[in-house]
Design a binder for this molecule. Structure first.
Ligand code: ZN
Length: 678
């Protein structure tokens, strides 16, 4: 067991030394160590205190997270067969261990004893919250169940862990199995140079241009390609991934898996005494009831649907009048929307690209947080990473204290999971020799540099980067010394998007864009007329975008609430019902969106997709304080830093919000920012 880099837990992971065959032995050893330590902890101990019980258990869980973080990260960004197999063999073990811990009555009793002891009142807020969350999670993990139910509950958790991972793998495989090779240059008509160059590069020396279902390839194709039949083909492949429909019908089919996931979630929720899984999900969230969430979503739908319908009618008329399109199909929407937008605003996303080079954007983003919070960010070289594209930075505050470090892995490539996300590598904690600074992974899938040009981003990609960086700041700027509630830990799902969506606001501010945007050749700042057009175009079809998100959120909530997996109504019927209620874009019968809805079937958003909109209300309202005081007002920035970013999960999100804003959140700022106010 010597020389296993996964078991070296001081300092940064040595990524280049990690091998797939080391994963399982490292995990086995760590789990055995933790189990033995736990046994020792209870062997001669009847005096339960923070230091005697809670702290050692917190440390075990931190060590395990620390070991597993680079493994799960590599599995996502450098996927290969051996690693995937090792990862999959470990999942049931991890799940079994966490369920075991979560159902350990000795720990439950010990925590209860600490909570009821005289010591409790003298603990810090963070310590108290860790114990309270622990007790809540014990109940949610079945600690109060009888033995037979406990066994069943445990079996369900293991099965769910395997099923959700399988769901995601099916989506990944189906996404990568399909490609469109264009050999006739005429079929590229309409596509901007950047998309052609990317497709040429993807063809890897072979004749023609290769398009795939990864976002940097798929999105421009659907937005710009004149060839309607090819768009239809691309759309069909995309919306039928991992389903019973489309070019790979029946292969990687998630039909049975998603139904089984729903069934098992419902069963586990009922074992715990909830009426359904939605209620179980809300037990740990800022929102308090299914009814409150449904009311929130339908309120937003009511306010935005008329606008969405108006926008859709305009689009249909435009496509009919200008291009003689009798029936606007789902694969036409992005394409004619872009045409309409260009006509109306004489502006294309592509016009912005030359101003948004990797270098300028990153430098500008760092300058923004310097002005807001007095932070200085520097790149470090010579750090061991998993790919040559990866960069590494450190954050210091105005007192030169090291606050955090992060890896930045920006570009799409083969064997890397799509999308963008922030994840924890190391969490802040206080040790005997000082503070262990937090470390984050920032992962995106942007268009890679082509030829000698630097990477030039779309504005949307820049917004995504700011979003993930917002999560990263939440993780890295925490002042909480206990990992259990430091950074994003212990923060309710529906509040965790506040710092990320909050950061996006600066991507639209002239003063911030002066820092972020500069022409990569001429060094000119963003021309005012281009900025004006960008702002005018910002809320283009915002009603349609809003109802699309509400469609996903309502579908998710009803699926985990009222839906009966064994009833007569199918998942498809429920989705169609939701679409009839809120959607304005007509969907073809073969659309199987739900089969690749990884957020709710493989991520943590089950009965929680509403969180995006919920947190948008919070973030828009928080930003409106900066609109009132100035977007770079340092005082307001420091208030946000101290009341929200540094606090982690030590207090209820509503309490933190009120301490920053001076009142409870209101919906007005979001509607105003989205142009949905009458
Ligand atoms: Zn996010």
């Amino acid at each position: 067991m010597t020389n296993n880099p996964l078991l070296e837990l001081d300092g940064l992971p040595r990524f280049s030394a990690i091998r797939a065959e080391q994963v399982e032995p490292a995990l086995d050893q760590m789990l055995a160590q933790n189990r033995a330590a736990l046994a020792r902890l209870f062997a001669n101990n009847t005096l339960y205190t923070w230091d005697g019980i809670v702290q050692p258990i917190e440390e075990m869980s931190e060590r395990l997270n620390r070991l597993w973080s680079p493994v799960s990260h590599l599995n996502a960004v450098m996927n290969n067969e051996a690693l995937r197999a090792a990862y999959n063999r470990c999942l049931p073990k991890l799940s079994a261990y966490s369920t075991e811990l979560a159902q350990d009555e000795r720990i439950y009793r010990a925590y209860k004893t600490v909570a009821a002891s005289a010591e409790f009142a003298g603990l810090t807020q963070a310590q108290k919250k860790i114990i309270e969350n622990g007790l809540r999670d014990f109940r949610l993990a079945g600690a109060e169940l009888n033995d037979a139910d406990k066994q069943r509950f445990k079996a369900i958790q293991q099965e769910l862990s395997t099923l959700t991972n399988q769901f995601e793998e099916n989506v990944l495989d189906a996404t990568h199995a399909w490609e469109l090779i264009v050999s006739d240059e005429q079929d590229l008509a309409g596509l901007p140079e950047s998309a052609r160059a990317l497709a040429k590069q993807a063809a890897a020396g072979k004749a023609g241009w290769k398009f795939t279902l990864d976002a940097p390839s798929y999105v421009p194709f659907m937005t710009y390609a004149d060839n309607r039949a090819l768009r239809r083909g691309m759309y069909t492949a995309y919306v039928t991934r991992a389903s019973d429909q489309g070019p790979h019908a029946g292969r990687w089919d998630n039909s049975a898996i998603l139904l089984l996931i729903l069934k098992l979630r419902q069963e586990s929720a009922r074992l715990l005494g909830f009426a359904n899984y939605a209620q179980r999900s809300l037990a740990t969230k800022m929102a308090t009831s299914e009814k409150q969430v449904m009311h929130f979503l339908r309120d937003l739908a009511g306010r935005s649907r008329p606008m969405a319908e108006k926008e859709m009618t305009e689009l249909k008329e435009f496509a009919r009048g200008r291009f003689d399109i009798g029936k606007l199909e789902a694969w036409d929407v992005a394409y004619y929307s872009e045409k309409l937008r260009q006509q109306r605003y004489a502006f294309s996303e592509e016009d912005l690209r030359p101003y948004l080079s990797e270098r300028q954007v990153i430098q500008g983003m760092f300058e923004v947080v310097n002005r807001l919070y007095g932070l200085r960010i520097q790149e470090l070289s010579g750090i061991d990473t998993w790919h040559p594209d990866v960069r590494f930075f450190e954050i210091r505050d105005s007192t030169n204290e090291l606050r955090g470090q992060f890896y930045m892995d920006l570009f799409a490539r083969a064997h890397k999971r799509g999308g963008a996300w922030m994840d924890e590598c190391i969490v802040r904690k206080r040790t005997q020799i000082g503070v262990q600074a937090p470390v984050a992974y920032l992962t995106c899938n942007f268009s890679a540099p082509v030829g000698d040009k630097p990477a030039l981003f779309t504005h949307d990609e820049v917004t995504t980067l700011f979003h993930e960086f917002g999560h990263g700041l939440h993780h890295m700027l925490t002042k909480v010394d206990y990992p259990g509630v430091a950074g994003i830990n212990g923060v309710a799902w529906d509040a965790v998007e506040l710092p990320s969506q909050f950061m996006e606001n600066w991507c639209w501010e002239r003063k911030a864009l002066d820092l972020i945007a500069r022409h990569y050749e001429t060094k000119a700042s963003l021309p005012q007329d281009l900025y004006d057009k960008m702002i005018a175009a910002k809320n283009f079809q915002s009603g349609m975008q809003m109802v699309r998100q509400l469609e996903f959120a309502l579908f998710d909530m009803r699926l985990h609430g009222e839906f009966d997996p064994e009833g007569d109504k199918s998942v498809q019927q429920l989705l169609d019902e939701v679409r009839r209620e809120v959607a304005v874009v007509m969907w073809p019968a073969f659309n199987r969106f739900q089969h690749s809805f990884t957020h709710i079937f493989a991520g943590g958003y089950a009965a929680g997709y509403y969180s995006y909109k919920w947190a948008e209300v919070l973030s828009a309202d928080a930003f409106s304080k900066f609109e009132e005081n100035g977007v770079f007002d340092r005082k307001t920035g420091m208030e946000f830093l101290h009341t929200i970013l540094e606090q982690g999960g030590t207090r209820e999100p509503m309490e933190l919000f009120v301490s920053f804003r001076g009142r409870v959140p209101v919906i007005d700022a979001l509607l105003r920012h989205s142009g949905l106010t009458a």
